[in-house]
Design a protein around this ligand. Structure first.
Ligand code: PGA
Length: 252
């Protein structure tokens, strides 16, 4: 079984000074925790600083978003090659804030997944339902559509190059995390869908992270939930000690 993957998504937070300090604190606190795979996703402006702060450690760097073209007249955008160049190994794709606040469609997200894979970046592909979708019993259908479009036409071998994240929109930044049972249920559905498309062996080898109001106090129980292989942490990853606690609890 793979090690748990813990991703800190800093979103639009952090000056250069703050980012560098936070990364150094996480690095220091991780000494001895060899079983954790930790990824930091700072804003674009801080990527270089964070890269310097984590150089030589096992922490990996991720972008929070990318454009699907590799270069050109796309004001305000950043390509997969640029993220690679600055030291990223992964990139978050399809985060619900991108889907909902910036109106990214399933098709846009699919193009971003392809672009990151082509550049040798591992996409962290996020899927999740809104509260209204859950309340109307459409969770499975929404996840199936989001995954189906993003993975359309992929070869079996590609699937191990992707990390998956279930992030219910109603749980992100609200303080209301999914219960371990709710997470397990949707993770099982995601794995079923992967199995249908790519076969049992591939589906079992995939990591599916949970994200949405993860804190030190709920990290342990969420990680114990069946089918949860890691955590995508937003707000709580901005506090070094809390993030480190989350990592420690995911390992216990
Ligand atoms: P949150 O965000 O932990 O602040 O709820 C999670 C995410 O958006 O990835």
């Amino acid at each position: 079984m793979q090690h748990p993957l813990i991703v800190g998504n800093w979103k639009m937070n952090g000056t250069l000074g703050e980012s560098s300090l936070l990364a150094r604190k996480v690095r220091r606190g991780l000494k001895g925790l060899t079983r954790a795979e930790v990824v930091l996703a700072p804003p674009f402006t801080a990527l270089i600083k964070v890269r310097e702060a984590i150089r030589g450690s096992r922490i990996q760097l991720a972008g929070q978003n990318l454009h699907w073209e590799s270069r050109g007249a796309f004001t305000g955008e950043v390509s997969a090659d640029m993220l690679k160049d600055v030291g990223c190994r992964l990139v978050i794709v399809g985060h619900s804030e991108r889907r909902h606040l910036f109106h990214e469609s399933d098709e846009t997200i699919a193009k971003k997944v392809v672009a990151s894979l082509n550049a040798g970046l591992k996409p962290i592909l996020c899927v999740g339902e809104t509260l209204a979708e859950r309340q109307s019993g459409r969770t499975n259908e929404v996840i199936e559509r989001q995954l189906g479009v993003a993975l359309k036409g992929f070869e079996k071998s590609v699937i191990r190059k992707i990390e998956f994240a279930y992030e219910p929109v109603w749980a992100i930044g609200t303080g209301h995390n999914a219960t371990p049972d709710q997470a397990s249920e949707v993770h099982a559905w995601i794995r079923d869908l992967l199995e249908k498309q790519f076969g049992t062996e591939e589906a079992l080898a995939c990591r599916i992270l949970y994200g949405g109001s993860v804190k030190a106090e709920n990290a342990g129980e969420l990680m114990k939930a069946v089918g949860v292989n890691g955590l995508l942490v937003g707000g709580a990853s901005l506090k070094a000690e809390e993030f480190l606690q989350i990592i420690r609890r995911s390992l216990s």
